[in-house]
Design a protein around this ligand. Structure first.
Ligand code: 5GP
Ligand code: ZN
Length: 115
């Protein structure tokens, strides 16, 4: 756990969040500042700072994060209408929290622009 990491503190239940899913290696909770009717963050329990820090041994974890995103999209009824999964990486990628996370966005027609 990284001491000053807000997501580590959510995972350890030190600070509150609306958790919608958890298993032995992944936690998902609602974004505090939602950009769409459904806006979930999907994070590994283990502190990995960003996508750029992934190691070869994290490949399976990354696959599981995407798979959980798909399961949650179904659970939140986004699978028929569609949804977006985003990872911001680094300063110019718009990353604000340096604990790897996927955004799952849906529930409205999202802008076709991704930049
Ligand atoms: P990033 O720009 O790093 O990809 O996105 C970080 C996201 O985390 C933002 O959408 C922001 O609203 C969300 N966020 C930041 N701090 C907290 C928090 O303490 N609780 C929750 N639920 N979301 C947070
Ligand atoms: Zn962390």
């Amino acid at each position: 756990m990284a001491v000053d990491c807000p997501f580590c503190r959510i995972i350890s239940k030190e600070i509150a969040a609306e958790i919608v899913y958890e298993d032995e290696e992944i936690v998902s909770f609602k974004d505090v500042n939602p950009m769409a009717p459904v806006h979930l963050l999907i994070v590994p329990r283990r502190h990995i700072s960003s996508l750029a820090d992934l190691k070869a041994e994290d490949t399976m974890l990354m696959g599981r994060l995407l798979s959980v995103a798909n399961d949650l999209a179904r659970a939140f009824n986004l699978d028929k209408t569609g949804y977006r999964v985003v990872i911001n990486c680094g300063q110019e990628g718009g990353q604000l929290v340096y604990h790897l996370h996927l955004h799952l966005l849906g529930g409205k027609a999202l802008s076709p622009s991704i930049a």
